[in-house]
Design a protein around this ligand. Structure first.
Ligand SMILES: *Cc1c(COP(=O)(O)O)cnc(C)c1O
Length: 355
């Protein structure tokens, strides 16, 4: 079975983990990871944590989001974001996604955000979906704190060529094994805003919990072995991205003459964490996913179900996400695939589309 998602552990990763285990007491992998991330994103500090969900929870607490506040987010994303909003007791306000097949842009529909803002809105969570930057410049001037979630797009760039994760008030990422960077489990959070930065530091101050003045803190810090893996994967990020782009080129070449689909344009800012096409005959992505499994290939649907589905909200307010769930197909594109895997995937897809 060719899986849709595969974490890609290399010899480099294994060597780094082995070296660490040999010299466990003399290494400081958390510091090493922090230094690498600080250098890439040109930031003063960052905090490795035990998951992306924890990072989101900390971000909302650091901003001071509380019970009955509102947090705006795209419906077309994963449940972890919804969970984090629930952890602080806030209400989630969902916005539909864009639907741009050529740009592979299914990020939050910026125009709809403004309509949803009320006096209770305390934060916007913006996940950059599938490897493509959500251009947040135009929503920064609204003045509501923005949490950038770069989990699915680490290394992707905005149209002005700056890295995603550099424009929001707080940036979070998961390093779960199914994401761009694998620490097995883990995540990271940082902020250039001094107030938020101090709050993040206080929330994570597990060592300080024996001070005389009680304050509640969270043991959300990352484990050392996870940090070794994350740092090792970050060393290889550029290589991983270039393999993804090469794989996307192969898929584009193989799929460009097929009548029944629309494919994304080649875009140098996209890291192709997913490679998503639109089916334009009468078939649904659900049908193709099921046919693919019979042929040994796991295709996906991008996001399914979306958050408005999970919450039982009225579908008619989320037409793009609904359409995306019916007509978009996610094709394996990760670094571990060989050229012959990719060609087999495309041939199989062609056969299903013609059947
Ligand atoms: C998976 C995911 C998370 C949650 O990360 P975990 O490490 O699994 O808790 C958060 N945000 C996005 C966009 C994700 O895809």
């Amino acid at each position: 079975m060719i899986k849709l998602v595969n974490s890609f552990l290399t010899e480099h990763d294994k060597e780094k983990v082995n070296n660490f285990l040999e010299d466990y007491n003399n290494m400081d992998p958390i510091r090493e990871l922090k230094n690498k991330i600080k250098q890439i994103f040109q930031i003063n500090n960052c905090y490795p944590v035990n998951s992306g969900s924890s990072a989101l929870h900390i971000a909302l607490m650091a901003i001071g989001v509380k019970k009955n506040d509102e947090v705006i987010c795209t419906t077309h994303t994963c449940v972890a974001i919804l969970n984090a909003i629930k952890y602080v007791g806030a209400n989630v306000i969902l916005v539909d996604c864009k639907y741009d097949v050529n740009k592979m842009d299914y990020n939050i529909k910026l125009n709809d955000i403004k309509k949803k803002i009320t006096s209770k809105t305390k934060a916007l969570i913006i996940p950059h979906m599938f490897g493509v930057a959500c251009e947040i410049e135009e929503i920064k001037n609204i003045g509501i704190p923005i949490i950038e979630d770069i989990t699915l797009s680490v290394g992707a760039r905005f149209s002005d060529s700056s890295l995603i994760g550099t424009k929001g008030d707080i940036t979070v990422s998961s390093f779960h094994r199914t994401k761009v960077i694998s620490a097995d489990v883990g995540g990271i959070i940082w902020s250039n805003n001094q107030k938020y930065e101090k709050n993040i530091c206080d929330i994570l101050d597990y060592d300080g919990m024996y001070s005389l003045q009680y304050k509640q803190t969270y043991n959300y810090v990352m484990g050392d072995i996870n940090a070794v893996l994350a740092a090792s994967q970050i060393d290889q990020l550029e290589k991983f991205i270039s393999i993804r782009r090469k794989n996307a080129d192969i898929l584009n070449m193989e799929l460009r003459d097929i009548k029944y689909i629309n494919i994304p344009d080649i875009n140098k800012n996209n890291i192709y964490f997913r490679y998503i096409i639109e089916i334009n005959n009468e078939m649904t992505s659900e049908y193709i996913v099921n046919e693919g499994i019979k042929k040994g290939i796991q295709f996906g649907r991008g996001v399914f179900p979306a958050l408005h589905n999970v919450l039982g909200l009225d579908n008619s307010n989320f037409v793009n996400s609904e359409r995306a769930q019916k007509k978009l197909l996610s094709i394996p594109v990760y670094p571990g695939l060989s050229k012959s895997d990719l060609i087999y995937i495309c041939d199989t897809l062609k056969n299903i589309l013609r059947s």
